[in-house]
Design a protein around this ligand. Structure first.
Ligand SMILES: *Cc1c(COP(=O)(O)O)cnc(C)c1O
Length: 343
């Protein structure tokens, strides 16, 4: 049985939420002398809304989820760190991370002195449920799953994700940073069924807003309350909140760009498959391709010499001689293909 109180760190459970100046007073007023701000108006002389209500209401409609089940962070990296800090006693509790995957889960665990346990994904980068089941220990508090997975690009099997959510009495994080590039709805609609499910999404990829640092976390109201207790009060700047609202108003443009990127991904996949130096192009549900080549290091350096930067993943588990190539504009993709075919 999953019981939230049993898995949250005791000090965090007992914490009272910091009450910022903007929390203490609610209602209408015209003279704000409570936060030691400079009174002379610019766009940004006031502190931002610590709860980002306007933005959450917009996301609530867009994602079909109540606003009290949304937590917003300074990129997804912030909720990743806050989740580890909320649930894992440093030096005692563990996180479980199937590999290969996004590196920030490991970095955040290491920064917090939280031991990490790993299992390998299957050779086709899906979940190995029996191995995960074996790896779960009494002190395992969080399992990080990434779907579509970075760096492999594939969606994890939804049935296997559900299996893990059901057998595990801790938190299962499903990172859906690339969900907009797939045709699946993702797990947001299943939050009501699973109190231990936490979903991460971001405005950094499909929405084209990596620079504003806006990560979304969807979870039960109880888990959101815990994250709110431990976040820095003003973690999302006014500039980011305004830019996010503005960006979210161009859903059509986002959808058009996603369609173009997927079309380009298919073009790239075909072109790369025809190259003698390319051994395998892994199927992708995201905006990048994992490509196994004859000599990753040499190819990486040759591309760098031509001003083209891709990601060398060849030192990562199951990714021997692999490069990860983000899908760019048609012109950029053409440059990559023509340079590669000339190597
Ligand atoms: C890019 C990426 C993110 C996004 O992180 P932000 O901090 O929101 O920019 C999250 N998870 C994965 C797996 C990613 O690849």
């Amino acid at each position: 049985m999953f019981e939230l109180e049993k898995i949250v760190r005791k000090n965090v459970w007992k914490l009272k939420q910091y009450s910022s100046a903007r929390d203490d007073f609610q209602g209408n007023a015209s003279v704000f002398l409570d936060a030691n701000e400079n009174p002379y108006p610019t766009q940004v002389n006031r502190y931002p809304d610590p709860h980002q209500q306007a933005l959450k209401e917009r996301l609530s409609v867009l994602k079909q989820i109540p606003a009290n089940q949304i937590f917003l962070g300074n990129g997804s990296d912030e909720p990743i760190d806050l989740l580890i800090r909320a649930f894992c006693e440093p030096g005692v509790d563990e996180v479980l991370i199937p590999q290969p995957t996004y590196g920030m889960y490991t970095i955040s665990a290491e920064i917090n002195n939280v031991p990490m346990n790993t299992v390998s994904l299957t050779p086709d980068f899906d979940l190995d449920v029996p191995e995960i089941r074996k790896a779960i220990k009494p002190n395992t508090k969080i399992i990080f799953l990434c779907s579509p997975n970075n760096p492999s690009g594939n969606l994890l099997s939804g049935d296997r994700i559900v299996e893990i959510i059901k057998i595990f009495n801790g938190i299962v994080v499903v990172d859906e940073a690339y969900i907009d590039f797939t045709t699946t709805p993702g797990f947001v609609s299943q939050l009501t069924s699973y109190p231990n499910l936490v979903i991460l999404q971001t405005l950094s990829k499909a929405w084209g807003l990596a620079g504003i640092r806006l990560g979304m976390c969807f979870a039960s109201p109880a888990i959101v309350t815990i994250l709110n207790k431990i976040k820095p009060p003003y973690n999302i700047s006014i500039l980011s909140q305004v830019a996010a609202l503005e960006g979210l108003s161009s859903e059509t443009r986002k959808n058009e760009q996603v369609a173009e990127i997927i079309a380009q991904r298919n073009v790239m996949e075909k072109a790369l498959r025809n190259m003698a130096s390319v051994l395998h192009v892994y199927p992708s549900d995201a905006n990048f391709l994992l490509v196994k080549v004859k000599d990753a290091k040499t190819m990486y350096n040759q591309l760098v010499a031509r001003g083209i930067i891709v990601r060398d993943r060849s030192r990562v588990l199951l990714c021997d001689e692999c490069l990860r190539i983000t899908i760019g504009t048609p012109q950029e993709n053409e440059i990559v293909v023509s340079e590669l075919s000339r190597l």
